[in-house]
Design a protein around this ligand. Structure first.
Ligand SMILES: *[C@@H]1O[C@H](CO)[C@@H](O)[C@H](O)[C@H]1NC(C)=O
Ligand SMILES: *[C@@H]1O[C@H](CO)[C@@H](O)[C@H](O)[C@H]1NC(C)=O
Ligand SMILES: *[C@@H]1O[C@H](CO)[C@@H](O)[C@H](O)[C@H]1NC(C)=O
Length: 283
């Protein structure tokens, strides 16, 4: 039991939670619209942290960031401009290097916590560095609970639906194991970063760890409300990470990192299928 828990805590992939647009972070970043290289604007360090968290910016002393949040600088330097350009390129925005409103809109959207792997996202699907993958096609999973029956039921449904979708297009078979058995995949529910921002995360092969943010308003209905996040879409996305796919720049792909409240994205697109074929070959 304790061993399982420590495995879950080591999970490195994240799913995102869907949130209403009027979030605190949205309001607090509004004044950054239009900022560009050469300026110093209070709050720019939040953009640097964001771009660093998702693989676009390396933080070091010269870029003005350290572990100490208070020491982070708000300077818009050339490193930040390059990082913004790379982000804009990935998400098919105008590559201006400025924080225009379209760019900030994307940044405010709930998303997966897994890094976008810099500008390796071309043209669409991506694999993890080194292309890690499973050497077997039968994977078992266990759910580390400690959650309410209701959440557990939602998660079971979301995972089963997600696994079936991947099974349709791959050689993978997934089965639920006994909670105490040794498993390929451990799935946990815990508080990640509170409501919004990051919804869930997971780890590249062959670690197989996945976790969901307990603070999200999860739904498994076919028509979630705008203040809810579709758990089936998120589960299907996270399973893609588990078998070796990174983030896609294709907005219709299950592996696209952003997911708004009320949105369903449960079916694999051709891009997702191309990605899994690239890694494992056609079934
Ligand atoms: C800091 O990062 C920038 C951009 O990646 C790089 O050019 C610079 O050499 C780094 N400085 C140090 C001290 O690592
Ligand atoms: C890109 O720039 C063009 C021309 O200024 C503008 O019409 C368009 O809305 C911009 N697209 C985005 C996504 O900001
Ligand atoms: C979760 O979503 C439901 C349905 O939209 C809503 O009634 C409820 O208030 C939401 N709960 C929270 C905590 O946001």
């Amino acid at each position: 039991m304790a061993k399982n828990l420590s495995l879950v805590l080591s999970i490195t992939l994240l799913l995102l939670v869907i949130q209403p647009i009027r979030g605190h972070s949205f309001k607090s970043l509004q004044h950054l619209v239009g900022s560009h290289k050469g300026q110093t604007v209070k709050g720019l360090h939040e953009i640097k942290h964001y771009l660093s968290a998702f693989g676009y910016l390396k933080l070091n002393r010269s870029t003005g960031l350290s572990n100490d949040h208070a020491s982070v600088k708000d300077e818009f330097d050339e490193h930040l401009e390059l990082a913004i350009k790379s982000f804009q390129k990935n998400f098919h925005l105008n590559v201006t290097g400025r924080l225009d409103s379209s760019t900030l809109d994307v940044m405010m959207t709930p998303r997966c916590g897994v890094s976008d792997i810099d500008d390796n996202m071309s043209p669409n699907y991506a694999l993890f560095p080194g292309k890690p993958k499973w050497g077997k096609k039968f994977l078992t999973y266990t759910i580390n609970s400690g959650v309410t029956r209701e959440v557990l039921d939602k998660l079971s449904f979301a995972l089963q639906t997600g696994f079936e979708e991947w099974h349709k297009h791959t050689q993978f078979t997934f089965a639920r194991g006994r909670p105490t058995s040794t498993s390929d995949i451990g799935i946990g529910i815990m508080h990640i970063d509170g409501p919004r921002k990051v919804l869930a995360d997971s780890v590249a092969p062959t670690s197989g760890k996945m976790r969901f943010d307990a603070d999200e308003n999860w739904s498994i209905n076919d028509k979630p409300n705008v203040d809810q996040i579709d758990m089936v879409s998120v589960a299907t996305h996270e399973i893609g990470h588990i078998i070796g796919l990174g983030h896609s720049t294709h907005p219709d792909a299950v592996m696209y990192p952003y997911l708004n409240g009320g949105v369903i994205r449960r079916k694999l697109s051709q891009d997702d299928i191309d990605g899994v074929f690239a890694l494992y070959g056609k079934p």
